[in-house]
Design a binder for this molecule. Structure first.
Ligand code: IPE
Ligand code: IPE
Ligand code: MG
Length: 255
């Protein structure tokens, strides 16, 4: 963003020894942060956007290649209309106010989630963010918006079923790799590390397929409190983990 040095943002393929290449974050606890202070929930969401700015900057400085953020879930539509309108307003403002800074910082924006049912003006802003930053080579910021992992997998299944129905694909040719190739961002590697703030310990329909071998770190801070030190703490915890991918320690540890 404006204060970060673009040269500090590494290429998506770069990773330090033992550093996570792809970090995904479930930004949770805005409402509780506000309630604790006697503030309206929307103030928690507003402060959550500030935490997001800090986190994008920190991810760039720490050399993370890909940062995926869970911004709005398929199930969040069940919240009261006033809160949904606050969240949509914040997304609009974030793109309007921050897109130029992100672009200047060489950030490449990607979006995952169901777009066809979104308000056309929101879908247009998401498209604009992707189009403007398409050729950038720094941090890849994946915005999961109107995202639900079961819905994403169902969309992939629909695409494959259509290919089978058209006679272009044999059912027995459907492999795990083929399903993965029809997900929303098939070119990106699975997250190495998934962080959830607020103390809740669940995935809430986030990246269920991609999280097969992700390390999960649960941070006891509300999202508006999250900062570079908290990100570094989660990465330090990740580095202490032994990844085995079903194999044995010697063969599976490290990447
Ligand atoms: C995360 O904070 C933001 C979104 C889910 C959009 P919450 O709004 O879930 O805050 P809590 O979990 O109620 O504290
Ligand atoms: C997950 O948080 C969704 C986002 C962070 C956007 P929720 O607050 O919606 O999840 P639950 O309802 O506590 O599982
Ligand atoms: Mg929540």
């Amino acid at each position: 963003m404006s204060t970060s040095a673009p040269e500090a943002v590494l290429d998506a393929t770069a990773s330090g020894r033992g550093a996570p290449r792809h970090v995904a974050v479930i930004m949770d606890g805005n409402g509780r942060w506000a309630a604790q202070r006697g503030l309206p929930r929307r103030e928690g969401h507003r402060r959550g956007v500030e935490a997001l700015r800090r986190t994008v900057r920190a991810a760039g400085e720490l050399g993370i290649g890909i940062l995926t953020i869970f911004s709005f879930s398929s199930e969040n539509w069940s919240r009261p209309p006033s809160e949904i309108s606050d969240l949509m307003g914040l997304l609009r403002r974030f793109i309007r106010n921050d897109l130029v800074d992100l672009h200047e910082s060489n950030v490449k924006v990607r979006v995952i989630g169901e777009r066809s049912t979104l308000d056309p003006s929101i879908a247009g802003l998401l498209r604009e963010a992707e189009d403007l930053t398409r050729d950038n080579t720094g941090l890849v910021l994946v915005v999961a918006f109107n995202y639900g992992s079961r819905q994403e997998i169902a969309r992939a299944a629909q695409r494959l079923a259509a290919e089978v129905a058209a006679g272009r694909l044999a059912p027995e040719a459907i492999t795990a790799e083929l399903i993965a190739s029809r997900l929303d961002a098939p070119d990106l590697p699975d997250p190495d590390l998934i962080i959830r703030t607020s103390g809740e310990q669940r995935l809430s329909n986030f990246l269920l397929w991609q999280a097969a071998y992700s390390e999960l770190v649960f941070v006891p801070l509300y999202w508006p409190e999250f900062d570079q030190a908290a990100l570094e703490g989660a990465i330090a915890e990740y580095r202490r983990r032994e990844r085995r991918f079903g194999g044995l320690a010697a063969a599976g540890a490290g990447t």
